[in-house]
Write a protein that binds this ligand. Sequence first.
Ligand SMILES: Nc1ncnc2c1ncn2[C@@H]1O[C@H](COP(=O)(O)OP(=O)(O)OP(=O)(O)O)[C@@H](O)[C@H]1O
Length: 733
Amino acid sequence: MNNHRRIEETIAQFRQKLRPGQIELSQWQGGKMAVSAVPGSGKSFSLAVAGAILVCQEKLNPNRYLLIVTYTRSAAASIKDKMRTILTEEFKMPPVGFMVQTIHALASSIVNRYPFLSGLNLETSNLVDVSSNHPLILETVENWMSLHSPAFDALLRGENEKSFNYEESEVLRRESVLRTEVLPKFTHTVISTLKSSGWNIDNLDNLANLDNSGIYPLGTVASELYQEYQKLIHKYQVIDYDDLIIGALNVLNNEDARQTLQQEIAGVFEDEAQDSTPLQGDLISILAQDKDCSEPNLVRVGDPNQAINSTYTASDPFYFHQFCEDCRQKNRLFLMEQAGRSNENIINYANETLAWMAEKVEANLIEKQEIKIVGENDSQPDSNPLAEGKGVEFYEPETFEQVLDLMSERIIHLFDKKEQEINTNCAILVRANKQGSFIFQELQKRLSAYDIPLKLIGDRISYSDIVKDILGVLQFIAFPHSSKFVYNILKILAQQEIISNQDFDQLSIYPEKFLYPTPLDDALTPEQEKARKFCLKFLQASIELSSYQLIPFICSVLNYDQLALATAQKLCDRIQKENQGKMSLKAMIETLTNINNTERFEGVETENEDIYTKKGQITIMTMHKSKGLEWDYVFLPFYDKENIFSEKKINGSLKFLGKCDLNDIIRTQLRQEIHQQRLGKKIEPLSLHQAHEKAIQEKQAEELRLLYVAITRAKKLLWMSKSKDNFQNWRYS
Ligand SMILES: Nc1ncnc2c1ncn2[C@@H]1O[C@H](COP(=O)(O)OP(=O)(O)OP(=O)(O)O)[C@@H](O)[C@H]1O
């Protein structure tokens, strides 16, 4: 049989295994296509199959290849692996003619190829991963506050400006709240929303439009913060992740470079398209453009109901939604509705819950979709498996203690059978990390007589967090009279769950009073006293221990796990090396500040996703982390759909700003402006009240989508419970 016929036959065999939606994807030959898919329908699986078919049919090669773009490294690795296997084992072809990259790896390869056109210099600049507590953001806030702009004064005066009389301790308190709690998040939102949409620093004046919409000139605040941030980016010669995308787009402004890249790229497939930002969408659209065709060779695959990062990152499902609408009008929208992951009862429950969710929030925030079971001859092994018990179990005992008892009993029953221990896996999914550590401790006690491995996946194991924590403690030791450093250390202790979350602004305004109160000062509460004792413990250690022992001591107080301790040890070695063996407090702070400000950190990731889903193991992790994964049994012990609609309480220290969360307001207002600009429409900016209402809806919808993601991870059993004394206040922590 000749090679061509063999390939055609293999393609035909593959297509027989595909489901509706997957087939159309595998038949794609050019132009725009949108695929909206339900959870577990095989998005990554079919992208890999369709990709391999295209590579073989079009004889793609390193000079003209298919580009597949994803948003996480693990997804990229998994698709790459699948495509290699299909090409080599099924098609007996070399694994070439395609490239799978995360969007940032793609941007960086373009910038590296055309450094002069990008406007960036990756050789001399460090790449920084900016979050709201990154030093660049904190310095931006600090610099802006020291400008004393009228916009800052408006925030300081707060909602009831007439009753504010600039009394010293209240000014200090409000400044501290703005500096530590409000402005870092606000700044991060502004920067990431504006930069990721390509809002140029030259047209910041347009932001003043927003100022008509409420008591605070938020547009002016946003514009001033953006300028301060950009000054720092240039001062420190660093590049953030949005700069990378902007750099790649700069390259594509050059006609020669653009045409070269477009000629190389036969088409672009995008996975998880609901997670993209406007400029990321622009980048792939331009790369996918074919010179002979009016529209790009672009396939975007996603699930609008799995958009779970859009209220705290710049990713915005609005654009995938628009793309789908555009394709729908041209009959180029396809649905992947069949999913073989879960038992039918779980699927029915997920569908009912989604329909209920769609009723609860505004249209477009929840996509009405229905998961269908796969056909009889489906090729997925053990598709829509038999249920364990009823498949869906729901408990509502009086107390959370009873929830823990019920959950332990169920787990013991499930894992008691020897065979199952090896062949099945299980996850307990929680909303917040500290719920996870609490459950972990409680289950350890209850399951101690059984040999059932429990694995707690925490979120705080990244290298950059460790650097920040140690630096924060050392800065406090060096400057215990600084309100800022006292505040930081209290935050670090609370994050590590060593002390409880309290009003840290109040404690840190006058550090001396807090650390060394006199009998005339107000007595501290037991929780405040505990926080004070930990601070003093660090100060005491700095006197009693040698500087070589200080970092290990800090790590032991912060309860670091083995992985974090190993990282801390590496840091000590690095500090020693950079300071010719000297480990003075000053040297440690300088080195760590430098690392923290300018370096890009790869977390210490010895863990890959396989350890989350290991057979015979019970994994405890957040719902956010569970996206893309699946387990035989899934437990949701904090399940409470109604609770999502209870209004989030405003922290007492923030009350002077009114009922609205300024971070949510600015995100909503900016997004509306950006959406309008992109659609070429112009409407009045949202008022403060409208933006507040809209932000609440968006947050609730995202909480619902998160719950939907968690529900759809289960294959054979979905176990849910809510107790009358549920930990309501844990939900948003
Ligand atoms: N046509 C098919 N034939 C055989 N197996 C399939 C088929 N489609 C999907 N699968 C299998 O279904 C499972 C789920 O696929 P995949 O992980 O790609 O789903 P997904 O849509 O990305 O899920 P999620 O949205 O929940 O992340 C995988 O084990 C995959 O191999």
